[in-house]
Design a protein around this ligand. Structure first.
Ligand code: UGA
Length: 423
């Protein structure tokens, strides 16, 4: 039997990764987008986003002829499986806006081939699969929810090495077709109903965000009463029920997914008149954590923030990506500049336009700075030339929010390293 042909509607971060990875797995894939410039760029083998390994897969896919990009809606009529990878930006209430998704479904619904599976892939609000089925209004086209669990910065690795593949559908045959797309890949297969599949995605992100809020609270407790958060997280992470990943304190969680998904889940609960204090307080705790970080910066600058100079390493919300959406680094910079503190920032790939800070080379940013704050765990920062840092700073102090600099190594250059929850 020939392999199902795939259409991916929306070539953003999720759509592009899926398209390139499915082509890598030998499927014929078309990526459809309304943005002509982007389609041209992609067709020439250039990725508009920074994602390790993506350029290589893109080039290989285009060269093999398995991957192509188009703006033409005709592509919808030949695909066996149609992935919807469209944005659902949050409305002011926190509820995701599904109008773009609806527009795309309405545009393509009549053209879809009989028997096609339409798959929601990027994160959609709970119940969207039911909405999509209603918008499609086609008995011969089957809806499947197949949420993605890709982390920015390791999306290709995550796609090709899933912990699990979740397939939610009311149509068993359509579910099996979608499941078969992952046949060459490891991981557990979970077949369920579409709503449960949607909720698995929200629950995973909300649980991980809650875990991080908890860990950051432990770091704050250690900052106040003593103790070493690394020893504590190691101590609890060895309990297999807790598990040892996602236990590293940081500047607070951010990115394009956690804040949006946790807010989305809380908003959904509120609209159903449900109290979900655990989920709500994960968000509140993260906000408190940003306050704690500013308090620590103030303490280590050692004088008024007004007129102080702070060097900030890292702008992206984490290492391995150029994504600055809901980046804790930007939140910190905004709070510092609001107090007339001068911020100079450096990042290996992320860029931010505007006046929030001056962006420069990582060592130049340290020149005459009262404090170096490390906000993102890039290897470039981990492997920094500490002698140069010590030469440039006006006060030999680093606030390492990611715990990536060895205090002993830094001490050899006369630098003092403070980090969250560590003595
Ligand atoms: C997250 C999920 O991890 C993915 O499974 C999911 O598919 C994705 O959202 C999504 O919904 O699309 P991502 O936003 O790329 O992935 O980032 P993570 O690596 O999960 O990090 C989220 C935040 O937690 C970042 O701010 C990161 O710096 C922070 N973090 C993570 C910590 O502070 N400590 C840790 O130990 C881990």
């Amino acid at each position: 039997m020939s392999k199902p042909s795939i259409l991916v509607i929306g070539t953003g971060y999720v759509g592009l990764t899926c398209a390139a990875c499915f082509a890598n797995q030998g499927f014929k894939v078309t990526g459809l987008d309304i943005d002509e410039d982007k389609v041209q760029l992609l067709s020439s083998g250039t990725s508009p986003i920074f994602e390790p390994g993506l350029d290589e897969l893109l080039t290989a896919g285009l060269e093999s002829g398995l991957l192509e990009f188009t703006t033409s809606a005709d592509a919808a009529s030949t695909a066996d499986v149609v992935f919807l990878c469209l944005p659902t930006p949050p409305l002011p209430t926190g509820t995701p806006d599904i109008s773009i998704l609806r527009g795309a479904v309405m545009q393509h619904r009549e053209a879809l081939k009989s028997g096609a599976a339409v798959v929601t892939k990027s994160t959609v609000p709970l119940g969207t699969s039911k909405d999509v089925a209603a918008w499609l209004d086609r008995d011969d086209v089957h809806l499947v929810s197949n949420p993605e669990f890709l982390r920015e910065g390791s999306a290709i690795h995550d796609f090709l090495n899933p912990d699990r593949v979740v397939v939610g559908s009311l149509n068993h045959d359509a579910a099996l077709v979608v499941q078969s797309l992952y046949d060459g890949l490891p991981g557990e297969r979970i077949l369920c109903d579409p709503l449960s599949a949607e909720l698995i995605k929200y629950a995973a992100n909300a649980f991980l965000a809650t875990k991080l809020s908890f860990v950051n609270e432990l770091a704050r407790i250690c900052d106040e009463v003593g103790g070493d958060v690394d020893a504590v997280t190691y101590g609890i992470g060895t309990d297999h029920r807790i598990a040892d990943s996602f236990l590293t304190p940081g500047p607070g969680w951010g990115g394009s997914c956690f804040p949006k998904d946790v807010a989305g889940l809380a908003a959904l609960a509120r609209s159903s008149r449900l109290r979900v204090p655990v989920i709500e307080s994960a968000v509140e705790s993260n906000r408190d954590h940003f306050d704690h970080v500013i308090t620590q910066i103030r303490k280590h600058v050692g004088k008024s923030l007004q007129g102080a100079n702070v060097a900030m390493w890292g702008i992206a919300f984490k290492a391995g990506t150029d994504d600055t959406r809901s980046s804790p680094a930007l939140d910190i910079a905004e709070r510092l500049t609001a107090e007339q503190c001068d911020v100079r920032a450096a990042d290996p790939v992320a860029k931010v336009d505007g006046n929030l800070f001056t962006q420069m080379d990582m060592y130049d940013a340290c020149t005459d700075a009262d404090l170096l704050v490390i906000a993102t765990e890039w290897d470039e920062f981990r492997d920094a030339d500490l002698a140069q840092v010590a030469d440039r700073l006006s006060q030999p102090t680093i606030l390492d929010l990611r715990g990536i600099i060895s205090p002993e190594a830094a001490a050899e250059h006369g630098l003092t390293v403070h980090s969250l929850g560590r003595p």
